[in-house]
Design a protein around this ligand. Structure first.
Ligand SMILES: NC(=O)c1ccc[n+]([C@@H]2O[C@H](COP(=O)([O-])OP(=O)(O)OC[C@H]3O[C@@H](n4cnc5c(N)ncnc54)[C@H](O)[C@@H]3O)[C@@H](O)[C@H]2O)c1
Ligand SMILES: [Zn+2]
Length: 490
């Protein structure tokens, strides 16, 4: 037998046959793979997986890799570890075939360790003294906008190894991943005593910076600390271990890892320099977490704050506790299902089915008119509104509760940005809905035909059932469309 071939494993009879795929190689792959330290053809196999419509929950039939050259087995194994944050059934099979590979497949769940800091100055002082004398053990990744808005943060990172990242969604890609891998490589080369296991990457920035830095930490086997500077990152991106980057044309967060931060340090003072629309975009996720926990008092507090989101001495400590409360609410769902194997963690996607399809429409319209891009948070706020309309239609006895929630959503101002976007499109409700349907079908992995129903996340009202029961449930497309159109009028 050719020594470069690997014996097939007898298991995984029902799995996808990876050897039937054709790697989709592109000319620039070799350089990018080399910079990432990935085996040659990893990107080609990744594209093949997307082209084949593979899912992370489906087992990749690596047993069939006996048909492939050893180099391709390594490339496929690497692709499987980062495909939509890692194929579920990879570890056993791969470790059986290539000893030593399993350790890089998935790191374990770490519960949320949330530290808070009353001011940016006190945060900077404490992190500076914590790593004083062992500067080579921490590597800062700092969002460029934060560096400009908070010069003291930029001054701090200058004392340590660092990389200033010119963020933005467009830079959330594998080229930036490779650039950071390279920076860290240069740092460890100049400190041969350092091994990656003892290195901590500290990311200061919005969700884009945190997702990228956490991904690199996972790839290299380092620890990472998340220091979020946007509201969205404080309550959502920093918590839950999802890391990764966009991979075109398949879109957002398609390549990544689950890699949980060692800790999250929240310092709400950073929000003082964040534009109000960005705060409201994160606010939509806060409203969502409060809704999922069915904590109406917290929902009202958030709605009131978001109406005019100014953080000052007078409200600083209250906002602080509101942020930690909703971050911890997310952690409850994460803890129940850290790697999103079942449907529990999926509940965090409440309002996101509609939101993602609107964002898809926004991305296309933006190509013709740049102002027509839609913020994720603004789309989520509208998605929540649709959800409440649906829930009230299904449980008319909960109309009063539903109205209370809708008032909160409207009063928060989180829908204003969506409304501006909608009127800018010049579309009527039927036209917008018909543009959304293909995205809904893609989201639900419906390949052909028009679906008659769709599975979304909702919950039973506590006031009706006596107990809050978030659950995912089936809704007809007609009802979804009706709720969508009602929401446009509210
Ligand atoms: N990992 C997860 O679980 C998770 C969850 C939700 C969202 N996300 C990801 O998070 C990203 C969105 O995060 P985001 O909204 O924080 O976007 P972002 O990181 O792009 O930040 C928004 C803008 O604000 C700037 N900025 C950041 N902090 C600032 C501050 N304090 N003052 C002034 N400007 C500041 C940034 O440079 C950027 O221009 C998306 O890529 C999304 O996929 C990840
Ligand atoms: Zn979201």
């Amino acid at each position: 037998m050719d020594k470069n071939k690997i014996s097939p494993s007898p298991q995984t009879a029902l799995a996808i046959q990876v050897s039937a795929w054709t790697p989709a190689i592109e000319p620039e792959d070799v350089a990018l793979e080399a910079a990432l330290g990935w085996p040659n053809r990893t990107l080609g196999w990744l594209r093949a997986a997307f082209n084949a419509g593979a899912r992370r929950q489906s087992a990749w039939d690596l047993g069939r890799l006996g048909d492939l050259e050893a180099g391709d087995v390594r490339a496929t194994a690497k692709a499987a570890t980062v495909f939509r944050r890692g194929v579920e059934t990879i570890s056993d099979t791969i470790s059986e075939m290539i000893p030593g590979t399993a350790s890089e497949v998935k790191s374990g769940y770490r519960p949320l360790v949330l530290q808070t800091s009353p001011s940016v100055t006190s945060f900077l002082n404490s992190i500076s003294s914590e790593f004083s004398g062992r500067e080579s053990r921490i590597f800062f990744v700092l969002d460029e906008s934060v560096a400009k808005s908070w010069p003291a943060a930029a001054q701090l990172v200058l004392k340590f190894p660092f990389w200033i990242f010119q963020g933005g969604e467009a830079a959330k890609n594998l080229a930036s991943t490779a650039a950071l891998v390279k920076q860290i490589g240069q740092h460890t080369e100049s400190h041969p005593e350092m091994d990656l296991e003892n290195l901590t990457i500290a990311a200061i920035g919005g969700g884009v910076t945190l997702d990228l830095a956490g991904f690199v930490a996972g790839l290299l086997g380092c620890n990472h600390i998340n220091i979020p500077t946007t509201l969205l990152a404080m309550v959502d991106a920093a918590v839950g271990g999802k890391t990764g980057v966009n991979f075109e044309p398949w879109g957002k967060n398609q390549v990544g890892l689950f890699h949980f931060p060692e800790r999250v340090i929240v310092c709400p003072e950073f929000l003082q320099t964040l534009p109000k629309d960005e705060i409201r975009a994160g606010g939509a996720e806060c409203l969502k977490h409060a809704l999922l926990a069915e904590d109406f008092a917290l929902l009202e507090k958030w709605a009131k704050f978001l109406r005019d989101p100014v953080i000052n001495h007078a409200n600083g400590s209250e906002i602080h506790s509101m942020i930690t409360a909703v971050a911890k609410m997310k952690e409850v769902f994460v803890q129940a299902d850290p790697f999103e194997r079942g449907s529990r963690r999926e509940l965090l996607n409440m309002g996101h089915t509609i939101a993602h399809s609107l964002e898809g429409v926004g991305a296309v319209l933006q190509k013709h008119q740049p102002s027509l891009g839609l913020r994720h948070g603004s789309a989520v706020a509208f998605g929540l509104m649709c959800k409440i309309h649906l829930m009230v239609a299904a449980q008319p006895e909960a109309a009063e509760t539903g109205q209370k929630i809708m008032d909160c959503l409207i009063n928060s101002g989180c829908l204003d940005d969506f409304r501006r976007w909608y009127s800018g499109t010049g579309l009527d409700s039927t036209e917008l809905w018909s543009l959304m349907v293909p995205y809904l079908m893609q989201d639900k992995k419906i390949k052909s035909g028009t679906p008659s129903s769709c599975r979304i996340v909702g919950f039973q009202w506590k006031s009706v059932s006596g107990k809050a029961v978030p659950a995912s449930f089936e809704v007809s497309m007609d009802n979804l469309e009706a709720a969508f159109k009602k929401s446009l009028l509210s």
